[in-house]
Design a protein. Structure first.
Length: 256
């Protein structure tokens, strides 16, 4: 069989439907993972804006800042709560413990599958937090009884995600901590005699966290439900991206 140009039709069709090489598939999956993690970094900004501004100067995603706040409160600093910071720290650790258990028990899972399930669980926890805020009458102003509930739910979600992200080990996209990212961006720059490795990814993480925190502060003008709902949606989108990556990997895998 020949086409209009005289070339064998099978060859033309083969070129049009040629499958991606394994290396191309791996690169595409890494790109999808990075996009999903950058989106979750934006979500971290939302959660930290919510926790710091609306939950009484406490962080439920950034444990470095939260531990410092806990120390300040123990030292007698005004406007900080040792109880709230401690609740956030313990809840975060509980979430990280659960994330670690799942990572170990399902060590045979691909990175895409692990990220997919982790994002689904994070979305579920944040949706529960959103519903909790509505049920307790904290849609616009958080009641004292609801503060600890929101601290626990968001901190568990962030701890769980961080345990999984640590397992994925995507360089410069931790979704929560930016200190090493900022350090790497400066210390590895051409000004320091470096080669600027992964500078786009590092800069994207910094800008995304900033944008998420700024957006969270803006959304809080409309109530605490707004940033919670937005972070839930982002987690769902991250799970969808991971699911797509998993399907690509499965379709490109050689038949067993």
């Amino acid at each position: 069989m020949y086409d209009q140009r005289g070339k064998p039709r099978r060859i033309v069709e083969g070129l049009m439907t040629a499958p991606s090489t394994p290396m191309q598939t791996v690169a595409a999956n890494r790109g999808t993972h990075t996009i999903a993690l950058v989106a979750l970094t934006f979500s971290t900004g939302l959660i930290d804006a919510l926790s710091f501004i609306a939950l009484g100067h406490v962080f439920t995603a950034n444990m470095t800042g939260n531990i410092v706040f806990l120390a300040f409160a123990v030292g007698g600093a005004q406007g900080l709560s040792a109880a709230r910071s401690a609740a956030s720290l313990l809840s975060f650790m509980a979430g990280a413990l659960c994330g670690g258990i799942i990572s170990v028990r399902h060590s045979d899972w691909t990175q895409a599958r692990l990220l997919k399930h982790a994002s689904v669980i994070e979305a579920a926890l944040l949706l529960v937090a959103t519903s909790f805020a509505v049920i307790t009458g904290s849609k616009h102003e958080i009641t004292p009884n609801a503060v600890y509930g929101l601290i626990v739910l968001t901190a568990v979600a962030m701890g769980f995600r961080n345990a999984v992200v640590r397992k994925l080990a995507v360089a410069d996209v931790t979704t929560t901590v930016l200190t090493l990212t900022v350090t790497g961006l400066a210390s590895d720059s051409s000004l320091a005699g470096g080669t600027n490795p992964r500078w786009k990814r590092r800069l994207a993480s910094i800008v995304t966290m900033f944008a998420g925190a700024a957006t969270g502060a803006i959304l809080l003008r409309y109530g605490v439900v707004a940033p919670l709902a937005a972070s839930s949606i982002i987690a769902v989108l991250a799970s969808m991206a991971a699911r797509r990556s998993e399907r690509v990997s499965q379709s490109s895998a050689p038949p067993g």
